[in-house]
Design a protein around this ligand. Sequence first.
Ligand SMILES: Nc1ncnc2c1ncn2[C@@H]1O[C@H](COP(=O)(O)OP(=O)(O)OP(=O)(O)O)[C@@H](O)[C@H]1O
Length: 693
Amino acid sequence: MAAGSHGGYRGYAVAREREHDLGVSRRSKDYYHHRHPSRHRDSERRRDGGRSSGRELLNGHSHRRSPHPPSRRCSSGGRTEDREPGEVSSGSGSERSGEPPLKTRELRENGVARISKEDTKTSPSKKRKQSPVVWDRNGLKLQARHPVGGEVDAVASEIVMHQSQSLPVTSSPSSVADGHSPMILDVSVDSRKPQEHEKSMIVDDEEEKYPTMRNILTSRWADADDEEEKVVVPKKKKSVSPMDSIEQRFTKKVTSPELGELLVPNSAGSSSRSSDSGVVQGSASRDLEVEKVDNVHAEEEAGDDYPAGHLLDSDSEGDVYRSGTPECTRSPRRCINMLQGCRSVDEFERLNTINEGTYGVVFRVRDKRTGEIVALKKVKMEREREGFPLTSLREINILLSFHHPSIVEVKEVVVGSSDRDIFMVMEYMEHDLKGVMETMKQPYSQSEVKCLMLQLLEGVKYLHDNWVLHRDLKTSNLLLNNCGELKICDFGLSRQYGSPLKPYTQLVVTLWYRAPELLLGAKEYSTAIDMWSLGCIMAELLSKGPLFNGKSEIDQLDKIFKTLGTPDENIWPGYSKLPGATAVKFGKQTHNRLRDKFRAVSFTGGPMLSEAGFDLLNRLLAYDPEKRISADDALNHEWFRELPLPRSKDFMPTFPALNEQDRRFKKHIKSPDPLEEQRMKEQGNNGDRGLFG
Ligand SMILES: Nc1ncnc2c1ncn2[C@@H]1O[C@H](COP(=O)(O)OP(=O)(O)OP(=O)(O)O)[C@@H](O)[C@H]1O
């Protein structure tokens, strides 16, 4: 049991008063020394009052700059090695450029970075990190780099979801060495599909209109080994018959499916299978088909000719592009029965419903076999006309691939009695941050916020290092347990991003946490959107209330501008070119008033934030996405090194397990969610129609 759990919540309040953000427990110091030995030495040396050096203009606000601006380099190896068991890891054992994944010298357009080709070519020392997840692109020929190097047919590179193949916590894409997308796809245009290729270059929305073969079998594990990546494996896949290939895979896997493992059917269209834990009878209709039905992305819906229940594997030739007959018989090697080998949901005893979100309902259950309490998230299918919801597929794909202490773990996928009952089995967490804050009388203290922010930043760094944008970071998507651990959940809106940036939909991120570039219509965006959300979350942790709680996009922008000042070309080059910048006239607010909300010293009980803390907050909320601090740099920010030091997880407050209750009908003020917004727009019930109607 965590030390902190002895005291419970009442003890916590008393302890917090005692701490009062000044005294730091010896344990806490030990934690810090242990965690950042070199940083501590540095900070000892630096504690000389030289904190008033540079000044920098962020958000039009002149503010103090840390005397030791966060190094663009992140301390790497030491941090990982020195970690206490269970401590979050930055996940970076690899080299760092000191810049966010996409950063090299960049061209700027609409305030959003575009990578320059010359730069990518002239950075031979930088190595692109492989993305763990590969989405197929219809109309494009996918050539995936084999984990041990070289290019292989995308189908050949299928990777079975398997615990032992978890993506290493260490990763750092750092940069792009060859100017290709970090998706590791050598994309050559299928000459038969010129128009499709052109379309795919236009916008993400467009690209995603196609019923692509996104599937959870094409995940790929990042491989930090330079040498291995350089090895070229001959394209032997072409010479292997599809059926051979399937059979090989089938015979290898069918007998003992591992947790989360996805199996290939032994014959086209047939999917009878059993597992030792529960027989799951299948049929073609039980298979899952990846269908392009993404509620959020304003994407074109798939043709009606895809029956529900098939998952198509990637197609390296692009020849099933929007094809109307996805039956396995037509293209057996592409048919993946991802349910094969999955356990039945009957193997779990339902304890209670935790919550019902937009994309699924979450239950607390007990695994009858092991007695373990886990969370089951049922994938919502009713909104899908057919096929498997893309959002859920992405979530399953990413969560099965990722293993990090700050990211909720999906253990396996299980199936129910009906074709459409698919569940993710996740580690169970007692609370989510939003629920916890609603029950707290006082906000978290600075040292507690530091503990939570460090974990959050570690998780986000891991995602960004692995080329994934979460795109919906908010307090209800941050789970907490009574061991003081924070884990990011809900990857329904997440997606892989690449280099160069491509246009993506703006309708992502719950309104209150949505970055200004999204609100202003930027279609090219990157990791900075998640960092903005983190700024909003940090402020919320400190004040126990949302920072910008707009009711509509315009209201949201208005609230941001009133607090941070109205942006202009000086503080945000490219701002005036953003579609929304001229669409609405906002009142001119010249000052950044953020400091008024977070005082360095508070006599009124309001949230307190030191200069360094304010500096970090301001950098997270920088208007210009290029100036916005990266997760890597934020982890190295002075604030985490100054007193009060981050609280040890062991001493974080504990609360009665909120998730043992049914929280579905609890009334709370909720930020409009992108899916709800989309629905309202579809229904023409837009209230405030937003910047773009
Ligand atoms: N692993 C878990 N353990 C305990 N509770 C969980 C877990 N995963 C999710 N929950 C609870 O269920 C809620 C909804 O989960 P999640 O956000 O994944 O669903 P969603 O349908 O995508 O929700 P949203 O509408 O916020 O997008 C969370 O806020 C949390 O309270």
